[in-house]
Design a protein around this ligand. Structure first.
Ligand SMILES: O=C(O)C1=C[C@@H](OP(=O)(O)O)[C@@H](O)[C@H](O)C1
Ligand SMILES: C=C(OP(=O)(O)O)C(=O)O
Length: 434
């Protein structure tokens, strides 16, 4: 296993241009593939999750032309659901641990023609998908579990879906609703989706609705409790579309500025962003940082005479950027409690447990609840080797521990390839040794 030892750093300053958003890249690629017409996508993210989507689309017969740096892609839309030429042949798609590929493709393939097998990394087989499968079956989907009930891998016998009334549980992952929404126009009849119970990670639904509207499909949204979509539609290519910078990736640099003073400005996501994670900056403001907003940039600074304060806050709306608050809390005065993040447990790893274990290694006193984590910062950050559990966000948010006075080793730093392969190079450029 590779390791990376970060020597203590004392300041973070400068500007960075964010890589494209993972959530937007994979949604746009899928809808461009399903759309009528050719779409030129710019500022596409080049990372493992996006590569899995690209490989799957190619296997499904979509013609793609990638630029050399893989940040531009010309997609020839097929103008409807996927159609495999030989329906007796099984098309196996390996989707790694990319939730934004596994969930939306599952739904789209149920409405397509062919036999499909969706596989992934071992952790993908521990991440639930039962709520989505249940919803798809209500529309007439033929889909089977190949391993444990409720989890990938899946076998799909694709055929036209009738649509109709569908209820879907919202309390485990918003990606199930996203997947159902994106596949709904492909159904023969109209689709009414009723969300049962609480809807987690709600701002990701706004991203989905925004991308669908860019591809010409309107969704009637009744307060996130029910959605009405006309069946028998095809997506229409917008011809050109630019992927916003990744607001979750921005969180590490913005937090660095809040911890060390900054200023740091990130370009690519700002007050006009469709990503809920841009609101991460508001959490830093509550902790005591100064935020400046532009349409497509965010800047964070903290005056030398001010302190970062611990906070008690519900971060269900920004579960990914919330992890960055957990390590920022190491530098705050007083405890921080991050609430309503039960679904951290079903992501790349059990993030509540992993976060508690690793924060304790650097000296924090941590209480791990069923759906919350409470962090009391140590008086001095201790040197430690941080395990990352094949979770890119564990690696990235623990880089912030290097703002203490001790070296921090990150085990398996390469796991950032899931969404941000160049993270540690940029972190080094932006920070100055103590
Ligand atoms: O729709 C999306 O692009 C995402 C939704 C969120 O997942 P949940 O809805 O499972 O919380 C988020 O954690 C994930 O990284 C990306
Ligand atoms: C939860 C995440 O990924 P996924 O899209 O695989 O759910 C994440 O990026 O933090």
């Amino acid at each position: 296993m590779q390791t990376l030892t970060l020597q203590p750093v004392s300041s973070a300053r400068g500007q960075i241009t964010l890589p494209g958003s993972k959530s937007l890249s994979n949604r746009i690629l899928l809808l461009a593939a399903l759309a009528r017409g050719t779409t030129k996508i710019t500022n596409l993210l080049d990372s493992d999750d996006v590569r899995h989507m690209l490989t799957a689309l190619t296997a499904l017969g979509v013609e793609l032309e990638l630029s050399e740096d893989r940040q531009q892609c010309l997609v020839q839309g097929i103008g409807g659901a996927f159609q495999l030429p030989d329906t007796s042949q099984l098309e196996a798609l390996f989707l790694g641990n990319a939730g934004t590929a596994m969930r939306p493709l599952t739904a789209a393939l149920c409405a397509s023609t062919g036999q499909f097998e969706l596989t992934g990394e071992p952790r993908m087989y521990e991440r639930p998908i039962g709520d989505l499968v249940d919803a798809l079956r209500q529309c007439g989907a033929d889909i089977e579990y190949l391993g444990d009930e409720g989890f990938p891998p899946l076998h799909i016998n694709g055929h036209a879906l009738r649509g109709g009334q569908v209820s879907i549980r919202g309390n485990v992952s918003s990606q199930f609703l996203t997947a159902m929404l994106m596949a709904a126009p492909l159904c023969q009849g109209d689709v009414v989706i009723n969300v049962e119970g609480e809807l987690v990670s709600k701002p990701y639904i706004d991203i989905t609705l925004d991308v669908m509207s860019r591809f010409g499909v309107r969704v009637e949204n009744n307060d996130y409790q029910s959605f009405h979509i006309k069946g028998g539609q095809s997506y229409e290519s917008p011809a050109q579309i630019m992927v916003e910078g990744d607001a979750s990736s921005a969180s590490y640099f913005l937090a660095a500025a809040a911890i060390a003073g900054g200023p740091v400005r990130v370009y690519g996501a700002g007050s006009h962003s469709v990503q809920g994670d841009a609101k991460f900056a508001d959490v830093l403001a509550k902790m005591g940082a100064e935020i400046r907003w532009g349409g497509d940039w965010i800047e964070v600074e903290r005056q030398a005479d001010s302190v970062l304060n611990g906070i008690d806050i519900d971060l269900n709306h920004i579960p990914d950027a919330a992890m960055t608050i957990a390590t920022t809390a190491l530098f705050a005065e007083g405890p921080t409690c991050i609430r309503n993040v039960y679904n951290w447990r079903v992501k790349e790893t059990d993030r509540l447990s992993a976060m508690a274990t690793e924060l304790r290694k650097v000296g924090a006193t941590v209480e791990e609840g069923e759906d919350y984590i409470r962090i009391e910062p140590p008086s001095e950050i201790q040197s430690a080797a941080i395990d990352t559990y094949d979770d890119h966000r564990m690696a990235m948010c623990f880089s912030l521990a290097a703002f203490g006075n001790s070296p921090i080793t990150i085990n398996d730093p390469g796991c950032t390839a899931k969404t941000f392969p160049t993270y540690f190079e940029l972190f080094k450029e932006m920070t100055q040794p103590a």
